[in-house]
Unconditional design. Structure first.
Length: 566
C-alpha cells in the first residue's frame, strides 16, 4: 500500500511537470484551455473537468472549455460570482469541494442552475481558483456523477495545476491580445510606429522567453534573454531580499535605485525583479514580461526540486527501515545521487531548525556531493559517501554563520548496517544537545551515559533512576561543599583515598571525613554492589551535565571533548 501511494505521488509530480511543460509550449487560448481540462480530468480520474473565466463587467463567471460534459446547457453555464461551487471558487478565496451539491446547504443555490446540474446528474464538485498577480481570472473544476471525496493530494494537485494554468492562460490571453492588437494596428493604421514597435518587441521577447523556459527551467537563462531586450543588467531577489540570480557581478550587489516589479505566481509572491536604471513605460512593460517568465521558471525549478527531495526522503526511509530491498533496485535508486551499495557510507544527524531544513538541504546538496538527505522530526539526516564530509560540513555551516552540531556513525560497508548507524548518530547528537555542546561526536565512542542523557533529553528517563544522589546534591547546594564531586572521584578511582586526595588537593583525613558524611547522607552500602553501580552511573550523568571533574561546573563548549566513561 505504501509503495502504491509513493508511486501515486511520483506520478502526480511527473504529471505536474509534464503539464507545466505542455502549457508553456502553447500560445493559442483555446488549445491551452483544452489541454488544461483534459490533463486535469486525467490526473484525478474525474468524470468531467471544466474551466471558467470571469467577466468583471457582468459580475459572473462562465465555462469557457470543458471535457466530459454531456449537456449543452452545462457546457454554456454562466454562474454569478458567489453562487454555486463554480461561482464560489471563482471569487478566489480558496479551493472548495462538495460531495452532494444539490443537498449542500453551505452552497448558495440558484434554481435554474440547480436544474442544469440535475440534468447533468452531477453530485461531487471540487475546484481551485485561477489567480495571477492577485487577480482572479476564473476557476478550474472537476466533477463526478457520484459521491466522492477528493483527498488532500488530489486537491493539492488540482490547485498546483491551477497555479500553472493561471500563468499559462494569462500568457496566452496576453499573447492573443497583443497579436490581435498588432493586427488591428497594422490594419487600421491608428497606432503610432513607436507603439507598434513596442508590441513587436513584446511579441519577440515573449517568444524568446518561452523558448528559454522550454529549454531548461533555469531562471538565469530567462534573465539573460531579458538583459538582451532591455540592454541593462537584471537582478532577481527572493522574498527575504537575498539575491537569487543576476546578469551582473553578484559581488556588486543590487542597485538601490532603478525599477522593480514583483515576481508572482497565482497569489504567491516569489520575489522581485530589479534593474539598475529607472525604466520608462516601454521598458517597464518589457520588464514585466520577463518577471512573468521568471516566475514560470521558478515554479518549474521548484517542481523539479520537490521531486528530487521526495526521492531522497523515500530512499533514506527505505535504507533506515531495515527492510531488505532487492540489490539491483537499491543500486539503481542510489546511483541517481552518485551512491552505490558497495560504498563506504556515513550517517550524520545534524542539528538544524525545522523551519530552515529546506534551505540547508539546498546549501549542503552543492557542498557535499554523493549525499542524500531527509528532514526527521528533530534533525536533518545525511547518508554520504564523501570521505571528507566533516570538513565540507564545517565550511558550509561557517558560511551560514551557524556552529556545526552533529552526531555521526560510520563508515559502514553495507546498506543493511545503516539503521544501527543512524541510531548511534542520533544518540550522539542527542548527547550534544543535552550537554549544549557544538562539534561532531562519533557515535562509536558513546557509552551508557550518553544513552541515559538522550533519554533525559527526550523525556524518557525516570527521575527515580538518579534520585539516589539527591541528598548529596542538596547538601552541596545548601552548604557550598563538594561531596558529590568527592564521591564521583572515589568511585572513579576504585575507592582509592590517596588518589582522591591527590586529585582534589586534599589531606587524606579530609577525604575520609567527607566519605563518612557521604555515607551518612546516602546510607550504608552506597559504595558497594549493587548500589555502587547505580550511584556511580548517576554521578557520571551528573558529571556530563555539570562537570564534576572541573571545579565550579562547566561552561558551554565548542567541541565534544572527551567522552565520559560509560
Amino acid at each position: 500500500m505504501e509503495h502504491t501511494m509513493r508511486r501515486s505521488r511520483e506520478d502526480l509530480l511527473r504529471v505536474l511537470l509534464d503539464t507545466a511543460t505542455d502549457l508553456a509550449a502553447l500560445r493559442d487560448v483555446e488549445a491551452v484551455l483544452q489541454a488544461i481540462v483534459r490533463r486535469t480530468r486525467a490526473v484525478v480520474g474525474a468524470d468531467m473537468a471544466y474551466i471558467s473565466l470571469n467577466d468583471p463587467e457582468r459580475g459572473d463567471t462562465y465555462i469557457r472549455q470543458s471535457d466530459g460534459v454531456t449537456t449543452p446547457a452545462y457546457r454554456a453555464l454562466r454562474m454569478p460570482l458567489g453562487v454555486g461551487v463554480l461561482g464560489q471558487v471563482a471569487t478566489g478565496l480558496a479551493p472548495f469541494q462538495t460531495t452532494g451539491y444539490l443537498d449542500d446547504a453551505s452552497v448558495v443555490h440558484d434554481p435554474e442552475v440547480d436544474e442544469i446540474v440535475r440534468a447533468e446528474a452531477v453530485e461531487t464538485i471540487m475546484g481551485a481558483p485561477l489567480t495571477v498577480a492577485g487577480r482572479v481570472i476564473g476557476a478550474l473544476i472537476v466533477a463526478e456523477r457520484r459521491a466522492r471525496r477528493f483527498g488532500p493530494e488530489e486537491v493539492s494537485c488540482v490547485e498546483s495545476i491551477a497555479k500553472q494554468a493561471a500563468v499559462a492562460i494569462d500568457n496566452s490571453l496576453r499573447f492573443e491580445e497583443t497579436a490581435r492588437q498588432a493586427e488591428l494596428f497594422n490594419a487600421e493604421h491608428k497606432r503610432s510606429a513607436a507603439e507598434l514597435q513596442l508590441a513587436t518587441r513584446i511579441l519577440e521577447l515573449d517568444r524568446r522567453l518561452l523558448d528559454a523556459v522550454m529549454v531548461s527551467p533555469d531562471v538565469g537563462r530567462v534573465l539573460t534573454v531579458g538583459r538582451g531586450a532591455l540592454d541593462d543588467d537584471l537582478y532577481l531577489r527572493d522574498t527575504t531580499g537575498a539575491l537569487i540570480a543576476t546578469t551582473a557581478d553578484p559581488a556588486g550587489g543590487v542597485p538601490e535605485s532603478g525599477t522593480a516589479v514583483a515576481v508572482t505566481a497565482a497569489a504567491e509572491t516569489l520575489g522581485s525583479l530589479h534593474t539598475g536604471p529607472v525604466l520608462g513605460a516601454d521598458g517597464r512593460a518589457l520588464l514585466e514580461r520577463v518577471a512573468v517568465h521568471a516566475a514560470l521558471a521558478l515554479l518549474f525549478s521548484r517542481a523539479e526540486e520537490d521531486t528530487d527531495l521526495r526521492g531522497q526522503d523515500e530512499l533514506i526511509d527505505d535504507l533506515l527501515s531495515g527492510t531488505g530491498l532487492p540489490h539491483d533496485r537499491l543500486e539503481r535508486r542510489m546511483r541517481r545521487w552518485g551512491l552505490h551499495t558497495d560504498d563506504r557510507l556515513w550517517c550524520v544527524a545534524l542539528d538544524v531548525p525545522a523551519a530552515q531544513a529546506r534551505r540547508y538541504r539546498q546549501v549542503l546538496r552543492s557542498a557535499l556531493g554523493r549525499t542524500v538527505m531527509t528532514a526527521h522530526s528533530d534533525h536533518l539526516c545525511l547518508v554520504t559517501a564523501s570521505p571528507d564530509w566533516e570538513n565540507r560540513l564545517r565550511t558550509a555551516f561557517a558560511g551560514q554563520g551557524r556552529p556545526l552540531r552533529a552526531g555521526a556513525a560510520g563508515p559502514v560497508t553495507a546498506p543493511g548496517d545503516l539503521p544501527d548507524a543512524h541510531r548511534r548518530a542520533s544518540l550522539a547528537l542527542g548527547s550534544l544537545i543535552t550537554l549544549d555542546r557544538d562539534g561532531v561526536l562519533d557515535g562509536d565512542r558513546l557509552g551508557m551515559v550518553h544513552a541515559i542523557l538522550d533519554l533525559a533529553r527526550t523525556g524518557g528517563l525516570p527521575e527515580s533512576l538518579t534520585r539516589g544522589i539527591d541528598p548529596l546534591l542538596a547538601y552541596d547546594r545548601e552548604r557550598g561543599t563538594e561531596l558529590a564531586r568527592t564521591a564521583f572521584y572515589y568511585l572513579e578511582t576504585d575507592g582509592s583515598v590517596a588518589r582522591v586526595a591527590e586529585l582534589l588537593h586534599l589531606h587524606r583525613n579530609t577525604v575520609r571525613q567527607r566519605l563518612t558524611r557521604i555515607g551518612a547522607l546516602l546510607g550504608p552500602g552506597w559504595d558497594a554492589s549493587p548500589r555502587r553501580l547505580e550511584t556511580h552511573l548517576a554521578l557520571q550523568v551528573r558529571d556530563a551535565q555539570v562537570g564534576l571533574r572541573r571545579p565550579g561546573g562547566t561552561a558551554r563548549r565548542t567541541d565534544p571533548g572527551p567522552v565520559p566513561p560509560g
